[in-house]
Design a protein around this ligand. Structure first.
Ligand SMILES: *Cc1c(COP(=O)(O)O)cnc(C)c1O
Length: 346
């Protein structure tokens, strides 16, 4: 993407924005004491503001993701990333975004909050991209296409060829949300951000890494995109507590996480087979994530029956092409056995 074409994608008032600069942005190095940020002078673990530039954490995450630090932005969960992308690149009341359906609800929610028009486009029967339908919906005002792969709630990966075609033909930004990438055997699109300067890949520490409570998400993209997002993020959007806990996990727990992911994948395949054999189950959709979308005879009844036994699953019957579907997160082997036993008894 040429520099002036990219400039035209950035929302007009944001191109000319002067970013907020914190005291620590202006001073680097070690001081005798800090009297610049109105922090408390008394000892306490978290009295200091976190690093607004997130240097240590960005460097650790860039190593994990095999990109350079200037291709990384850390956010308060990837939900913040979705909001920042819409705010930076969409003009309220003017721009539109394409959202294939069914998918994760937050893209449409943040578009609505930002007064940006949503153009829903159905996925194909196999829940893949319908390129002809997307092309038809695109207008000059369409700034972003949101893709989710593996897709929530359907679980499937989008085919590489269709994503590549979109990256090559679409004049705006393509966001690929890979919240569940660790559970798939597909390599991340993050490796392609240098080739496609209109690509933004979203990752999260909320799922495979088991750190949903920390609220840390990752935007991976060309440095010119990261620079714009960095301009509008709140300076201290990742807390010191999150930074500390995440650095610790990255340094000490990645082996354990890999083993846990392998367990979930094994359990997913076992559950897929077992569920398909149950009389109440109509269809189990292929999944590359840590959940299964399952079509049953009557989702409402099954949902309530599980609730009565203290098990909460996700009802997705209202989503396009998901009539009578429940989304079941893969649990521990013991939890999965119990779920199966209850479903068998219905
Ligand atoms: C769970 C999920 C996320 C994660 O959001 P966080 O804000 O990082 O917790 C993002 N995208 C999709 C599709 C998800 O299912």
């Amino acid at each position: 993407m040429k520099a002036n074409h990219f400039k035209a994608l950035v929302r007009a008032n944001i191109s000319g924005l002067n970013p907020y600069r914190s005291a620590r942005d202006e001073f680097r190095g070690d001081a005798r004491f800090y009297l610049d940020a109105n922090e408390s002078p008394f000892p306490s673990a978290y009295r200091r503001y976190p690093d607004a530039q997130q240097e240590r954490l960005r460097s650790a995450v860039s190593r994990l993701k095999k990109v350079t630090p200037d291709e990384v932005l850390l956010t308060n969960g990837s939900d913040e990333g979705i909001d920042l992308i819409i705010r930076a690149f969409c003009e309220p009341k003017v721009s539109s975004v394409i959202i294939p359906q069914p998918t994760y609800g937050m893209y449409a929610t943040f578009a609505a909050i930002n007064d940006v028009k949503v153009l829903p486009v159905p996925l194909t029967k196999a829940f893949d991209l319908d390129m002809a339908a997307i092309r038809k919906r695109c207008s000059k005002q369409t700034r972003i296409v949101f893709l989710c792969s593996p897709n929530n709630p359907t679980g499937n990966l989008l085919t590489k060829a269709s994503v590549r075609t979109l990256l090559e033909l679409f004049k705006g930004l393509v966001v690929i949300d890979e919240a569940y990438n660790e559970f798939s055997d597909s390599i991340s699109w993050a490796g392609q951000i240098r080739k496609y300067p209109n690509l933004i890949v979203l990752h999260t520490f909320s799922k495979a890494w088991g750190l949903a409570g920390l609220r840390v998400g990752v935007c991976l993209a060309h440095p010119q995109i990261i620079r714009v997002l960095n301009l509008i993020k709140a300076p201290y959007n990742v807390s010191s507590a999150s930074e500390k806990a995440l650095l610790h996990t990255l340094a000490n727990k990645s082996g354990r996480i890999t083993r846990q992911v392998a367990t979930v994948v094994k359990e997913r395949e076992k559950m897929k087979k077992a569920l398909a054999n149950l009389p109440i189950v109509r269809e189990v959709f292929p999944s590359a994530a840590n959940f299964l979308l399952v079509r049953v005879r009557n989702a409402k009844i099954v949902y309530k029956a599980l609730l009565n036994r203290g098990i909460v699953v996700r009802q997705r019957s209202d989503a396009l092409r998901c009539e009578n579907c429940l989304r079941l997160t893969i649990g521990t082997p013991a939890q999965n056995r119990k779920l199966l036993a209850i479903l068998k008894s219905l």
